[in-house]
Design a protein around this ligand. Structure first.
Ligand code: PEP
Ligand code: MN
Length: 668
């Protein structure tokens, strides 16, 4: 046996041990739920989960395992445990044979969603396709099926109106939901060249999600078909290489077409949410986080909807979705569909529903059902940064706000006395928290940005930065990798679960950059590029606005006002140093601006010690000094090999220096 073969056998043995351990752990979580059932203890205890994960990370580190790996593996394991504990408490687990109706034929997205939803009971479940959504509902109402699954909204194309209209007249209850990631493929016969495709069949919703892709194909016509898998069958029957279908890969495999192109949806991260319907409402254990859906009509008078919604607010209920649909036969009058957090069996929610009865002209409860998305356990940043718990009360909060400058209608504290907190992925910027954004000045290669992402995550950094369009003083300097770099940045962010920040230089790039970046940066040199500010104001992405190096705080806040006045209220300010007569540093970090800005505005404020210093030896001391004046976080540059960085090498931290910065910033 050669060496490699021997090693592989050892690997197989280790994998076997991992499987054994997983099975043993799952068996324990089954015992846990039995114990919890007796004691009534909650299924989740987030403080315990956080402690457990933080502890596993430090023990993993002692064995040479990185935090990201330990986090990912144990997040899955914890999630599996939560999921199986919840499943144990569901009605589904109690019933025998289940018959599930879906729209379409085998391979349709609805069928995939149904199989995903009923995965733990596949041996006891029969799936049956129906020609339309109406027929799915009929099958359940008439008792030919126990459950029906229908798509209700898509993250790119929006709500499926037909389902909302059917729900208003049906007697069924919503008993579950399922979210399916949609990855559309163009499917065709063998070797069909893309440019030769003249006709594409699919469900109108799927066509709507790929409009841009289809419009780029010359002389190609989109043909709506009842269902995506039926479209695949149709193409198979037509036997014409100029005809293709849009559907999932699975449908192509089942019905014998090949993938001509993958991921053709216009928006990445395309998800469809499905509802599971049954004749009787679900009785969901109060320990399982639920959503409740209802339909209501409000009196045709001033403030009626507001009154109804404020009932939710009074009962501290989080509204998840609000949709309106015209009432049939009553022009310009509407029904409202609401999804909110909570279970109608909880006292608080029941109280709100009762009040809603009297604030509405009609109301129909559609059901309370388990929420599909479970929050993931996160380790504590302090544990990641490998420091102890942060010391309390070591710095002074800014004094009470002073009167805002006139003209700052939206950014001033007068407009909003409480801090704005901006959620980006799992990070929250503003308020009490302190985040660190880190990464290279510029994305240089796939390898480089992946190395940075991995290290940032390992040390507890919460967002990844990386410039793709670089504003360089000299036209001969490296200008960034553009959209190619942005793809690399987004991929690294996805892989390490870090939202990404990148600079946008021109108004026309705002929309395409916003498709892949989680936060748009407007750099110091562009702080008063008013057309760029206006365009960023039209975007839905948060904007990280850097202080111009020649700008006063008033000008800085007015630049933020431009973005907010455009409708985008998620602006993060960043002090990055101003130009003074001093030449020993690249810029002079104006730390006094932080407590002043905190008095003047509710927006979150970060400090960038890298661009201020221009020298890496000053970055850690300036970061620590910055921490003391109370910003909401830092943005710093780091690089695997700063001496060979293509931009801002002299100020970029080596990895070990970044780890040191994190320890010191969070360690106290
Ligand atoms: C940057 O963040 O890489 C950058 C160019 O920053 P600034 O606009 O602050 O110079
Ligand atoms: Mn830079």
């Amino acid at each position: 046996m050669d060496e490699l073969e021997k090693i592989r056998r050892e690997i197989n043995r280790e994998d076997e041990a991992i499987l054994e351990a997983l099975a043993a752990r799952r068996a324990l979580s089954r015992r846990v739920i039995e114990a919890k059932e007796k004691s009534g203890a909650p299924i989740r205890d987030s403080a315990r989960e956080e402690d457990m994960l933080s502890d596993l990370i430090s023990r993993g580190r002692a064995r040479g395992l990185d935090a990201h790996l330990v986090t990912r593996v144990f997040q899955e394991i914890i999630d599996d445990s939560v999921r199986s504990q919840q499943l144990h408490l569901l009605d589904y687990a109690k019933s025998d044979l289940k018959r599930v109706a879906f729209q379409g034929i085998e391979g349709a997205y609805s069928e995939l969603a149904a199989r995903k939803h009923f995965a733990p009971y596949l041996d006891r479940t029969l799936f049956a396709g129906a020609p339309g959504l109406r027929q799915v509902i009929d099958a359940v109402e008439e008792g030919d099926a126990d459950y029906g699954i229908v798509p209700v909204e898509n993250t790119a194309a929006g709500s499926i109106n037909e389902v909302y209209d059917l729900l208003s007249v049906s007697q069924l209850s919503i008993v579950g939901e399922e979210v399916l990631r949609i990855e559309h493929c163009l499917l065709g016969l063998e070797d069909a060249p893309l440019a030769g495709i003249r006709r594409i069949y699919s469900h109108p919703q799927a066509l709507a999600e790929c409009v841009k892709f289809v419009s780029r194909l010359p002389d190609c016509q989109a043909m709506p078909w009842p269902d995506s898998a039926m479209a695949v069958k149709k193409v198979r029957e037509e036997k014409d290489p100029a005809v293709a279908a849009i559907a999932g890969e699975e449908a192509g495999r089942i019905h014998g077409l090949r993938v001509l192109q993958r991921n053709i949806e216009d928006q990445p991260n395309n998800f469809t949410r499905f509802l599971v319907l049954a004749r009787k409402p679900a009785d969901v254990d109060l320990r399982i986080p639920c959503k409740t859906s209802l339909i209501m009509a409000t009196p045709h008078e001033e403030g009626a909807l507001l009154k109804a919604l404020s009932i939710l607010h009074q009962h501290r209920i989080n509204l998840l979705k609000l949709e309106s649909r015209p009432i049939p036969g009553m022009p310009f009058q509407y029904l409202f569909y609401m999804d909110f957090e909570g279970n109608a069996a909880e006292e608080r929610v029941a109280g709100a529903i009762e009040k809603l009865q009297s604030a509405t002209t009609s109301m129909k409860l559609l059901g309370s059902y388990p929420m599909q998305q479970r929050p993931r356990t996160s380790p504590r940043i302090e544990a990641l940064a490998a420091g102890g718990p942060r010391e309390e009360g070591e710095w002074t909060e800014p004094a009470p706000e002073k009167k805002a400058k006139s003209g700052l209608r939206l950014v001033s504290r007068d407009a909003r006395p409480e801090d704005t907190v901006i959620a980006v992925g799992g990070a929250r910027i503003g308020g009490e928290g302190f985040v660190v954004i880190a990464g290279p000045c510029a994305v240089e290669s796939r390898e480089q940005i992946h190395q940075c992402a991995r290290f940032v995550k390992e040390c507890g950094g919460q967002l990844l930065r990386g410039g793709c369009f670089k504003p360089r003083t000299s036209p001969y300097s490296f200008q960034g990798l553009g959209f190619e770099g942005l793809e690399m940045l987004a991929e690294a962010g996805r892989q390490y679960d870090l939202p990404v920040v990148t600079e946008v230089l021109s108004p026309s790039d705002v929309e395409p950059v916003a498709r892949l970046a989680d936060v748009l940066q407007i750099g110091a040199r562009n702080m008063q590029n008013f057309s760029l500010l206006a365009e960023a104001g039209r975007s839905n992405r948060p904007v990280l606005l850097k202080r111009g190096m020649m700008s006063t705080l008033d000008e800085f806040l007015n630049a933020a006002e431009y973005i907010m006045a455009g409708g985008n209220h998620r602006v993060i300010l960043c002090e990055r140093g101003i130009r003074t007569f001093e030449t020993a540093t690249r810029n002079t970090l104006d730390l006094g601006s932080i407590p002043i800005l905190k008095r003047m505005t509710h927006l979150p404020i970060l400090v960038d010690p890298s661009h201020a210093a221009g020298r890496r030896d000053l970055v850690v001391p300036l970061a620590l000094a910055a921490r003391a004046v109370g910003p909401h976080g830092l943005i710093v540059e780091m690089h695997p090999d700063p001496d060979h960085a293509m931009s801002d090498g002299p100020q970029s931290l080596h990895f070990h220096e970044f780890a040191d910065l994190m320890r010191r910033v969070y360690g106290g």
